[in-house]
Design a protein around this ligand. Structure first.
Ligand SMILES: [Zn+2]
Ligand SMILES: [Zn+2]
Length: 150
């Protein structure tokens, strides 16, 4: 690890939902996609979750956003007009990641890591040159940081 932190896009990245009611502008976007294969992400989006994180975000169309509390530690937001999923929020920290598919992601992005790989179905595989963690491994990491999942 270095002190430089993640590689970030210099330009803001603008994304929108299917109907265009919600626009999300991410600043300082990390040039890596976060992948989660857990059962809940699959049920929510039809398949794995792919998210982007940035240093700052501004959101237009708040009146069209619905937020669903999917567990005691997470909320998931979607456009109430068109149903596009928008973001996942880990509520203990308030950190959000935004669906990569909302944005025209430029070339050169990689995968930061894949988590809950033990819950991935057999019918797809993503590029494997990235850290891969099982559900029990990621939960143990979070618990070591003081989070509880009940
Ligand atoms: Zn929409
Ligand atoms: Zn998940």
């Amino acid at each position: 690890m270095t002190d430089e932190g993640p590689d970030r896009l210099a330009e803001p990245l603008v994304g929108r939902c299917l109907c265009g009611s919600v626009a999300i502008t991410l600043h300082g976007t990390e040039k890596e996609v976060d992948i989660c294969h857990c059962d809940m992400c699959q049920r929510w989006g039809g398949t794995f979750y792919a998210g982007l994180v940035g240093e700052n975000v501004s959101i237009d169309g708040e009146e069209c956003i619905s937020v669903y509390k999917s567990s005691n530690w997470a909320e998931r937001a979607f456009c109430s007009k068109c149903g596009s999923n928008l973001w996942y929020c880990f509520t203990p920290t308030g950190s959000r990641s935004f669906l990569a598919g909302l944005f025209n992601v430029p070339e050169g992005f990689g995968i930061k890591h894949q988590i809950f790989v033990d819950e991935k179905p057999d019918w797809y595989d993503l590029k494997q040159e990235c850290p891969m963690k099982t559900g029990p491994e990621i939960i143990a990491e979070a618990e070591a940081m003081g989070f509880t999942f009940d």
